[in-house]
Write a protein that binds this ligand. Sequence first.
Ligand code: UD1
Ligand code: UDP
Length: 380
Amino acid sequence: MNILCIIGTRPEAIKMAPLINLLKNDSRFECFVCSTSQHKTMLESALSFFEIKPDFDLAIMKPDQNYFDVSVNILTKVEPVITKINPEIILVQGDTTTAFIAALAAFYLKIRIGHIEAGLRTNRKDEPYPEEINRQLISRLADFHFAPTQEARQNLIAENIPSRNIFVTGNTVIDALQIALNTIPRDENEWTTERFPEISEMLWLFLKDKTKKLILVTAHRRENITSGIKNIASAIQQLTKRDDVFVVLPVHPNPEVKNLIHNELKGIENIFLLEPLSYPTFIFLIEKCYFILTDSGGIQEEASALGKPLLVTRNTTDRREVINSGTAKLVGTNIQSILYSAVHLLDDGAVYQKMTIPTTIYGDGNASQKIIGILADQIT
Ligand code: UD1
Ligand code: UDP
């Protein structure tokens, strides 16, 4: 059975990699990977960690790209690839422009579509933008919906997706997380720049100083550009006036994000503005940090599995399970609200402890295996 997996951004690569590698080693399937390269460096970094080399690369990324460029280029360039492979099914993941346009192309070519991580919803057109509408449209196009949780399944049922086509599998990000964790040395003597070249000698001094707490930060959501990211940066500036904290922020390569963050936070001694990190290094820092401040989707899932407190800089959430589990709190992008929750976490041990209980809401690391079983069953 021919399967074509189409990916384009860092989170898609990370979340599809465990599935792709299992499919490639399963004689029932012939698995092809097409990268749109909606992202370039970040995608290459994730793929190289999982040792995946795409069979096709549409190479569409250009500086300052917008969703018109991305959509048009993918749609025209993916058609000959799909036609050549003529797969039984195309797998897409999540809610990116790559996933939506690839699903649209599959639909036009009458190829069945499997949607990994189906059913996340905020039911707000503007948050996350444009991802909420991308994933709703993918749900209209898809034939098989691999929902990470029961809640995601219910969201799909509420939209009249036939329940026989919905499969609750957990999220493949937990499979990826376990692979990354297995590569991280447990012996502190191996925590060196030689072993983790992205972590400088200076950063190690902070990481190994027991009097200092690491706040790990990421910010890239389109709806947080400009004022949201400016507010996040102001809150960080104020927090880092304390001498018991330091911040690591791998900066997203989106030029707008990069400029905003560098303008606001460059040159502060206890703020480390880094390039996007390789997947295992980032997971290592999740493990080492005190808490996380993020607007990322995938990081919420990883942090909740690791029992790491999270402040989510969004106004609404498509991952209610993480909030309900107690590991995360929605703080929006208001400076005072971020500071209030951050200071609570830093200074109130009881508040902190309550947010450190790991959850298994996204599964046990076998989501990819379950998806493969369903594919083998359903597609004959
Ligand atoms: C996309 C996804 C978002 C996901 C994010 C992951 C959509 C609609 N959104 O948003 O869901 O959370 O990826 O990071 O698809 N860039 C580089 N180098 C890279 C990657 C990006 O320079 O390796 C630049 C691009 O040229 C572009 C900007 O960053 O100018 C933004 O990239 P883009 O893919 O357009 O959207 P994201 O905001 O990253
Ligand atoms: N990540 C990474 N390096 C970094 C920052 C994040 O490998 O410097 C990983 C992170 O562990 C998660 C994924 O990238 O698996 C999340 O990607 P992103 O936040 O860009 O997208 P989202 O999940 O919000 O769509």
